[in-house]
Write a protein that binds this ligand. Structure first.
Ligand SMILES: [Zn+2]
Length: 297
């Protein structure tokens, strides 16, 4: 069909419209729910942390989907390109996994959508700003690392054709400065409290987020992600762990960072952190500090 000639022939002809009687506008109907119970119908799920209205079918459906993904991970419909794989690991319980480093380019839409869903679950769990994957990719030399494990079909949220699930996620960016934080108090240690003659190494990589799906916790996914990040973030270089800093770690993030790269606090740092004299310290040699950094908003 030649649409062109058709449009040419009508170009000089004023378009006319038949006057039609406008149908009466329908009034917008709103579904309301009558609560006959005195019990509050807003609920926060203890498993996934989502707050929702138990009387709203939409809210319940949203929670159902979010809950399944938070517990089991986010299914991916397309296999990730083998060129993005930076590590193959065997986790606890003999779970085989691959770790992939993903940049902003050349991500199929379905993969980008799955990453976005995983990030939003991570944000909700960490009470972090609800930043999407597109926002993160606008940062300084960003990279997203994902841990992919075989799909656990009985727990999968939706697609039965999916064979793999994002069960771990880490967002990484380049940084140029960091600070030490006491793991026990959560306070930043001032540089003057350090008794070391040399300044701490300046971190170059910041872990903006790191997250593991509930049902896959305890397998070692977060540590595997961190090791893969050190080995592959900068081409041709294996970064020492003291070059990595964490952004506002949660309690579990602090424990992970301390176990992975924590350093024992000096007596002087401990005394300043506790607000006591060095001579009055009782227990020393166990408390740890970790490297943290402040994200640019
Ligand atoms: Zn839930």
């Amino acid at each position: 069909m030649d649409f062109n000639s058709s449009s040419n022939s009508s170009r000089n002809t004023p378009r006319t419209y038949k006057s039609r009687k406008q149908p009466p506008k329908k009034k917008q109907k709103t579904q309301v729910y009558l609560s006959l119970s005195s019990k509050p119908h807003h609920k926060t799920c203890s498993a996934c942390g989502m707050s929702y209205d138990t009387l709203s079918p939409d809210d319940r459906a949203t929670h159902h989907k979010f809950h399944a993904r938070a517990l089991s991970g986010v299914d991916i419909s397309l296999p990730l390109p083998s060129s993005t794989c930076v590590a193959k690991v065997v986790l606890k319980n003999n779970v085989h996994a691959t770790i992939h480093k993903l940049g902003s380019r050349d991500l199929p839409r379905s993969t980008r959508t799955a990453l976005d869903a995983a990030l939003r679950i991570c944000n909700a769990e960490l009470s972090a700003p609800d930043e999407g994957i597109a926002d993160f990719f606008s940062r300084s030399q960003p990279a997203v690392y994902v841990c992919i494990t075989p799909s656990t079909s009985s727990l999968s949220s939706s697609s039965s054709s999916s064979s793999a699930t994002i069960t771990g996620l880490a967002l990484v960016e380049r940084i140029s400065s960091g600070l030490f934080m006491s793991c026990s108090s959560g306070r930043i240690l001032s540089s003057s409290s350090s008794s070391s003659s040399s300044p701490p190494p300046t971190p170059v990589l910041g872990i903006s987020r790191i997250y593991t799906a509930h049902s896959s916790r305890g397998l070692g996914i977060a540590r595997a992600l961190l090791d893969a990040i050190c080995a592959s973030a900068i081409y041709g270089l294996v970064l020492p762990r003291d070059k990595v800093a964490f952004s506002q770690p949660s309690d579990s993030g602090c424990r992970l960072a301390a176990a992975w790269a924590g350093e024992v606090m000096t007596d002087r740092e401990l005394a300043v952190d506790r607000g006591v004299d060095v001579d009055s310290l009782v227990c020393t040699g166990k408390e740890k500090k970790i490297r943290v950094y402040i994200e640019k908003s």
